[in-house]
Design a protein around this ligand. Structure first.
Ligand code: NI
Length: 226
């Protein structure tokens, strides 16, 4: 499931982040790429663990912890500390798949990348090109969102970023290990949860709501890995 999550950050948070990002020092993005993706990758990145990356990463992770659409769709177990990239002057990232396992820098922890996330910091009017294109069995999905919005998609997908031919595309990108490694199971629980929310809203006293909530939790109990 590819899902856009609107307003992860407020307008004020985006403005504050842009001030920091516009002053920051950027390095070659190949530093965090694997062998194969390094050949496809042409962008700039904030150094991992730099004060700016940490401060903004903490802001994003805190916002995600309060975002019910993110929590119900991703069922997150661990979130990788967000990284930040910038594409200008024709830069792009060719078709690749993200590494399955990532070491969390400065810790003994590794995460399995079940979901990939991109959070946009530049408005679509600020640059040309730079669409994130995600391939699945339904075709290629092109994504370019307003600042503060985020897209989440299965890390199993091939994807690329089209060349930025004007302006600068600035985003955060990171990965999520979900309690459910299987995208199909995750999608099914998300659909069930959404239907229960709607039922609770439209028919608050309906007895089936309790039963369906039971089914949701019992499926989650069967499938969740911690
Ligand atoms: Ni990628």
């Amino acid at each position: 499931m590819l899902l856009s999550i609107p307003d992860v950050l407020t307008t004020e948070q985006v403005a504050q982040a842009r001030q920091i990002l516009d002053k920051a020092e950027w390095v070659d993005g190949k530093v965090t790429a694997g062998y194969q993706s390094a050949r496809a990758k042409d962008n700039m990145q904030l150094p991992e663990g730099s004060p700016a990356a940490r401060q903004l990463g903490d802001m994003i992770v805190a916002a995600l912890g309060k975002n019910s659409l993110f929590l119900s769709s991703a069922l997150p177990l661990r979130v990788f500390p967000p990284l930040f990239n910038r594409y200008t002057g024709g830069q792009s990232f060719g078709t690749h798949v993200d590494n399955a396992i990532r070491q969390v820098p400065g810790t003994p922890h590794r995460i399995r990348t079940d979901l990939s996330a991109t959070l946009f910091f530049a408005g679509p009017e600020e640059y040309d090109g730079g669409e994130l294109c995600v391939e699945d069995t339904y075709g290629v999905h092109s994504v370019k969102l307003p600042p503060g919005h985020m897209v989440v998609y299965p890390s199993t997908s091939l994807h690329h970023v089209r060349p930025v031919t004007r302006g600068a595309r600035i985003c955060a990108f990171f990965w999520i290990q979900s309690m459910l490694r299987d995208d199909g199971q995750r999608t099914l629980l998300f659909d069930l949860d959404s239907a229960i929310q709607r039922l609770n809203h439209d028919h608050p006293e309906h007895p089936s709501a309790v039963q369906l909530t039971g089914v949701y939790h019992n499926l989650l109990r069967q499938w969740a890995e911690m």
